[in-house]
Design a protein around this ligand. Structure first.
Ligand SMILES: Cc1ncc(COP(=O)(O)O)c(CN[C@@H]2CONC2=O)c1O
Length: 498
């Protein structure tokens, strides 16, 4: 489906003489061909096609909706979320430093934004210059301070790497970790498909461990251990474990018991722990406030605290900043061998440096305006407004899901997604089979074609065999319109296939 849609959209590239081209499937890296990334796969591609039809023909497109709503990707500012003012003010001033000496500037920009831009430019020089490959040292110092303030344990700028989004950090660490096609990494199922894609690109094995939907997507430690043993029995050299907390696509927040179980397992089984914490400030319930794996590890003391190799990832793409396109993030190494740190640094240096715009975004994420600053009140109002709105939207959509025939859904404890289970009628499963699609991809494609809502089928994240899901964000404004479209589609679908 992806290939046919992509070809359809880019048919102008079709070669007149197919034998002329060097790069064809037979002659490209087969690991790239094998990699999959459903978040921007076939269904979002089709959504783009429909959007273009609406833009060109409007009502004459003959579609049963007048807008496509992208609920496939956690991209807040694509869905009208306003950027945080302070971040953009500092960015504007650092991008065009002449503004700092313009007579009107002090009447347009608050004094703390001007001061922050000045001090950043003293540390950076120019946003157009390469920085240190790990990122600007002074920014890394403030990231370390943010981590210490959050966790109550020391953090060093020498263990922190600023990155072009968390994706680059994850890809780099996995590239260093994998040394053989027998190597494997434990991946939560359902998972964010960056991990299986990055493992495929490195010709490594994804070793699944299933999150337990009936236990709020909590960890089933026995299943984890069994899958680890099974993988080893099959000859896989399991070297690491990925945790995503809060979870994507599940929206779960791990319990402290689960976190300790994971740390103990990594210690006992000598696994590197990759903690993806990009949604750490997207937490909606009071029951499970965010606790980092760095804190959990250090709180456990010996023998874990100073032995388990932990790398923790964060990003400016999520939370309330939602600066996905700015490409900013960081990871912190903990208990890595100096030999490993040398390779992490070398890979970062090959990539020269992350964008300075992204680095400035990380700086403001970790050191936002503080109480008493001129920008504090507005920053606080914007951040709490975004957090409140996301929580409200998740609850409205969750309630709607639970009223639909054959749909159940766990609360979104965190992140930006709901991941409902749908009971797909046998007739629809048969129709999906005939169409050569996974049942939840069949459902999701029809949902798009008939309602304009673009979601990602659960098969794109992995799920227990025989279960079907889809993932939706709750970022779009107009939640009532979303619910109306979904409800109508679902009732029509269940009627057609029951
Ligand atoms: C768990 C997780 N880790 C890492 C990333 C990468 O983020 P950055 O590279 O932008 O820092 C994402 C992005 N979320 C994807 C993109 O939007 N929807 C998703 O599921 C993510 O959900």
């Amino acid at each position: 489906l992806f290939t046919s849609l992509h070809r359809q959209m880019h048919s102008s590239n079709e070669p007149r003489d197919p034998d002329y081209r060097v790069l064809t499937n037979e002659r490209m890296n087969k690991h790239v061909l094998e990699a999959q990334y459903a978040v921007r796969g076939a269904i979002p591609l089709r959504a783009e096609e429909l959007r273009e039809q609406l833009e060109e023909k409007g009502k004459d497109a003959g579609l049963p909706f007048d807008t496509v709503v992208n609920c496939n990707i956690g991209n807040p500012q694509q869905l009208d979320q306003k950027p945080l003012t302070f971040l953009r003010q500092v960015s504007a001033l650092t991008e065009y430093p002449d503004l700092l000496d313009h007579p009107s500037t002090s009447s347009i920009f608050p004094s703390d934004a001007i001061e922050r831009a000045r001090s950043l430019l003293k540390e950076i020089g120019s946003v157009g210059a390469y920085s240190h490959s790990m990122g600007v040292p002074a920014i890394r110092q403030r990231v370390a301070q943010f981590i210490e303030n959050r966790d109550g344990h020391p953090s060093s700028p020498g263990k922190i790497y600023l990155t072009a989004g968390a994706s680059t950090g994850v890809s780099n660490i996995l590239q260093i970790l994998i040394s053989s096609p027998l190597d494997g990494v434990l991946i939560p199922i359902p998972q964010y498909p960056l991990y299986t894609a990055a493992l495929a690109l490195n010709a490594a094995r994804a070793v699944p461990y299933y999150l337990e939907e009936s236990a709020d997507w909590g960890l089933d430690v026995e299943n984890l251990k069994a899958n680890l043993e099974k993988a080893r029995h099959e000859g896989t050299v399991v070297k690491a474990m990925v945790v995503i907390n809060p979870g994507n696509p599940t929206g779960n927040c791990l319990s402290s018991e689960n976190m300790q179980d994971i740390i103990k397992l990594c210690y006992d089984e000598k696994l590197v722990l990759l903690a993806d914490e990009v949604y750490q400030s997207n937490v909606y319930g009071e029951a499970r406030p965010f606790v980092s794996f760095k804190k959990a590890l250090k709180d456990m003391g010996a023998p874990y605290a100073d032995n388990v190799e932990l790398v923790s990832f964060h990003s400016i793409s999520k939370g309330q900043s939602g600066e996905c396109g700015r490409r900013g993030g960081y990871f912190e190494l903990c208990n890595f061998h100096p030999e490993a740190e040398e390779q992490v640094y070398k890979l970062a240096s090959i990539q020269l440096c992350p964008s300075l715009g992204g680095q400035i975004g990380v700086d403001i994420l970790c050191t936002p305006p503080k109480e008493g600053d001129e920008s504090y009140a507005l920053w606080k109002e914007e951040v709490s407004g975004i957090a409140r709105t996301l929580k409200e939207r998740s609850q409205i959509i969750l309630k709607a899901f639970r009223e639909l025939e054959g749909v159940t859904c766990n609360d979104a404890e965190g992140a930006m997604y709901l991941f409902p289970t749908i009971t797909i009628p046998p007739k629809a499963i048969a129709a999906a089979k005939a169409a050569g699609q996974a049942p939840d991809a069949f459902y999701s494609l029809k949902l798009l074609e008939e309602s304009g809502l673009c979601v990602v089928p659960g098969s794109g994240f992995g799920q227990k065999p025989g279960t079907y899901h889809f993932r939706t964000t709750f970022l779009a404004p107009g939640t009532e319109d979303y619910v109306r479209r979904l409800k109508k589609f679902h009732e029509d679908f269940m009627r057609e296939y029951s």
